[in-house]
Design a protein around this ligand. Sequence first.
Ligand code: PLP
Length: 383
Amino acid sequence: MNEKIRINRKLLEIKPSGIRKFFDLIIGREDIISLGVGEPDFPTPWRIREEMIYSLEKGITSYTSNNGLEELREEISRYYSKFGFTPDPSNIVVTSGVSEGFDISLRALINPEDVVLVPEPTYVSYSPLSVLCGARVITISTSPDFRLTYEHIIENSRLIEPKVLILNYPANPTGVSYDRKELEEIADAVIEKDMIVISDEIYSELSYNFSHKSIAGLNGMEDRTVVLNGFSKSFAMTGLRVGYVIAPDDIVDAILKIHQYSMLCAPVTSQIGAIEALRNGEDELEEMKTEYLRRRNFFVRKIKDYLEIKEPEGAFYAFPSIKETGLSSEEFAEKLLLEKNVAVVPGNAFGESGEGFIRCAYAVSMDKLRLAVDNIIEFVNSL
Ligand code: PLP
C-alpha cells in the first residue's frame, strides 16, 4: 500500500481554505468580535421556520423528486422574473445549497484539461472544485478596482480556449456588482469566445445601488448560462442547505444525472421552508436588507478616513485596503486579532490579487460592528 497513493492526486494540488485555517484559531473565544464569517446574524424568519415545523408535525420527511418539489420550482421560476428572465420550471434543479449546485454544474460541464476562467479575488470554492474536476484554472486578476471587464476576458483567452467563466455578483469578498451595461460587455466577450458562464447570484437580493439583473436575461445568454442561487443569504437559511441551479436543457439534464446519483434530492423540510420564503418572505427580506445597508453605510463612513475603501455595492462584505500600513494581509489580520480581539479575513485567502486587503463581513449586530470599527481604527492608529 505504501507506494500507492491512497488519496485522489488532485487533492494534493488543493490547499485547505484560508478562511477555515484562520477561524480555527478563534473557535470557542467569546471575547472575539468576528467580522470573519459570511453568515447572516439573523435567525431564519419565523414564518419560514413555522412552515417547516408544521410540515415535520405532519410527518413530511420523505425524499422529494430528484429535481425538487414542483411547487418550489414553479415559485423559483416566477421569482426569477424580477431578475430579468423567467426560466421554465423544467430548467431548474433544487440543490443542497449553491455549494452543491456549483459542484455538480462544473462536473456536468468539464472534461479533463478544459479551461475555467476564475476572476480574482474569488470566493474560496471556485478554483479548488474546478481543479478537482480536472479543469485547468486560469485566474484573472481584476486589480485595482476588482471589476471584471470585456478586456479581461478577451486578454485572458488569447492563447487558450476557455470553456467556462465563473461569475459572481454581488461578489464575495469585494462587494462589487455589475449593472446592465457592464453585464452586456461581459456577455459580449463570453459570446465572442463561445464560452459558458456559471453565474453565482447568491447575493442577488443584497444589491444596494441598483437592482440586480441576471446575465442569463441578456440577449442570447440564457442558452449559455448556468445560474446558481439559493436561500442561505437572502433568507438567512445557511444551515438548511437549499439552493437551485437554472440551466439550458442539455446542461440541466446532465446536472440532474449527477444530482440524482449523489444527493438524490435537497432536504424536504428546507424545500418547504423555501416555498414559504418565496411566497410570503418579502417583508422579512426587506427588513434584513435595510439593516445590512445601514451597517454598510456606517462601516464605510467610519473606516474611510483610516483605510482606503470602495463602497461595496452588494452582499455583506467590505474589502478595505491595508497596503498603507506596510503589513501583509495575514500580518494585519493576525495582529488585529491578537491586539484588538477583532477577526477579519486576510485578502490573500481569496487569491493573490486579494493581498493588501482584508475582508470584513458586516453581518453582525450594530453594537458589535461599532466596537469592531473602533478597535480597527485604534489598531491602525497604533501602527
Ligand atoms: N457562493 C458564494 C459567493 C458564497 O459566498 C457562499 C457562501 O458564503 C456560497 C456560494 C455557499 O452558498 P450555500 O450556502 O448556498 O451553499
